[in-house]
Ligand binder design. Structure first.
Ligand code: UN1
Length: 465
């Protein structure tokens, strides 16, 4: 069952959580389907994804509204997410047209060496609440396109959108057993990733869970792809364009109520622009409506559930105890529907030092921590000082400094003059340090995870040639 984070008494969807026996049956079905699916022509597999993409696109407005109701992000963002899922399905729908493997010369006469790529087999897919259809699409589409079968456990909060994607795939003609959806809690997810009959795990979620999955997978010798936490910095240097920096920092920090692993949660700013930037951020954020995500004017909806709300509010309180200064927000809603729902006020906190928890740990909510740097070198040093390394955003018109950031920041994704969030289907997505483990997602990077190579030494068998 899922409920609305906006109006917690409202039930969005009823469903059936899988039992352990049903989980076993799903894995067995994926195993039984694996041989034939891997041998189905890549173009035929792709055609199914393309049909699913068309159905997802056609349903974008309807499913976007459902997504906004179930997950809480503003409806325009939610519709955009559904369209992004379709775009990803389309990207992998033409995988059959792309190069598959490599060909090498041989040091021996009469021989060629081919490197072919083959499916892993049955892949466990574990997805988070915050992109209920786009993240599943960007794991499941490459898994299927490259010939794997799938058992998928989505986050408990968003079963309806999971059902929608699953239905689109089934209606597009996906054979029975190729993709299996199991609904359930974290414990069911643990049983799935520990199942003896799976050949790989792809996961997006917290660093602690991702690392536990990676350890368990390593123990069984199966590959794992884990996309985990972030504490992404935006660095605004004196020479930056103020308007661009303000727009992009607000978008990075507060869209989807900050519930993106790529969200901007730290802001580092140099002295020549600091006051103007902070004044403008505060003034502009004041005009962002917080409320029902179905209202077209609303820019910030609720966070996903009560537990998330409580932990983000506790993070804000903790920061205040550690002497953070509130520039915006900071106080929980004490009346009206925002108090009754899972709302967290968008909050900007200025810190004197960087030991505060709010500078170090991921809150996964609409909270931006600010620290003033002495100069640009200091700013890059502060940005780099994190156990995480998912994304960063640098605002400057100085090409040398921008290129310096490429060298100095150990991140998987670097934006120069754009917000820290965002991803495209055709390029690698994933983080460095504690943010990522295993091969990256999307684009050609996904091929590395969802297949393994077979190196074929190829000679003719006739001795007369
Ligand atoms: C985005 O920035 O648009 O869980 C995508 C997450 C990321 C996806 C971010 N894996 O938030």
């Amino acid at each position: 069952m899922s409920t609305s984070p906006t109006y917690p008494d409202e039930v969005i969807a009823h469903g059936h959580n899988a039992t352990h026996a049903e989980l076993d049956a799903a894995v067995a079905a994926a195993r039984a389907a694996a041989h034939d699916w891997a041998r189905t022509q890549a173009h035929e597999r792709g055609a199914i994804l393309l049909r699913a993409a068309a159905a997802v696109d056609a349903a974008a407005d309807r499913w976007g509204s459902e997504l906004a109701r179930e997950e809480g992000k503003p409806v325009a963002e939610a519709i955009g997410e559904v369209r992004r899922a379709a775009q990803i399905l389309r990207y992998y729908g033409v995988e059959g047209d792309r190069p598959s493997g490599e060909s090498y010369h041989s040091p021996r006469p009469g021989e060629r060496i081919l490197v072919t790529r083959k499916a892993l087999g049955v892949v466990a897919v574990i997805t988070p609440f915050n992109f209920p259809i786009a993240i599943p699409a960007w794991k499941i589409a490459p898994a299927l396109a490259l010939g794997n079968t799938v058992v998928w456990k989505p986050a408990e909060a968003v079963p309806l959108l999971a059902m929608r994607l699953m239905t689109a795939l089934a209606d597009a003609g996906l054979p029975a057993g190729v993709c299996n959806l199991v609904l359930g809690d974290r414990e069911l997810g643990a049983c799935l990733v520990e199942h003896r009959d799976i050949n790989g795990v792809t996961f997006t979620g917290s660093t602690s869970v991702g690392r536990a999955i990676a350890a368990s997978a390593a123990g069984r010798g199966i590959p794992v792809q884990a996309e985990m936490g972030g504490k992404n910095a935006a660095v605004v240097l004196d020479d930056a364009d103020l308007g661009t920096a303000v727009d992009q920092v607000l978008a990075g920090a507060f869209r989807s109520a900050g519930q993106k692993c790529t969200a901007t949660s730290r802001l580092v700013v140099t002295p020549g622009i600091a006051d103007a930037l902070l004044d403008e951020l505060v003034a502009r954020l004041g005009a962002w409506a917080v409320g029902d995500p179905l209202d077209q004017h609303v820019r910030i909806g609720p966070v996903v559930d009560r537990a998330a709300q409580a932990s983000i509010l506790a993070g804000i309180r903790g920061a205040l105890d550690q002497n953070a200064r509130v520039l915006f927000g900071g106080q929980p809603y004490v009346s009206g529907f925002r108090q009754a729902g899972c709302f967290v006020p968008p909050t900007i906190l200025e810190l004197e030092d960087t030991t505060a928890q709010v500078w170090r740990t991921e809150l996964f909510g609409p909270v931006l921590a600010v620290h003033r740097a002495e100069n640009s070198d200091h700013a890059f040093m502060l940005a780099a000082d994190s156990e995480f390394g998912l994304s960063a955003a640098i605002f400057t018109n100085d090409l040398s400094r921008a290129l310096g950031a490429v060298d100095d920041l150990d991140v998987g994704i670097l934006h120069i003059n754009s917000e820290s969030a965002g991803a495209d289907p055709h390029v690698p997505f994933g983080g460095a340090k504690a943010s990522g483990y295993g091969p990256k997602e999307q684009g050609r990077a996904a091929v590395e995870f969802f297949t393994h190579p077979t190196t074929v030494y190829l000679r003719g068998g006739r001795s007369d040639r």
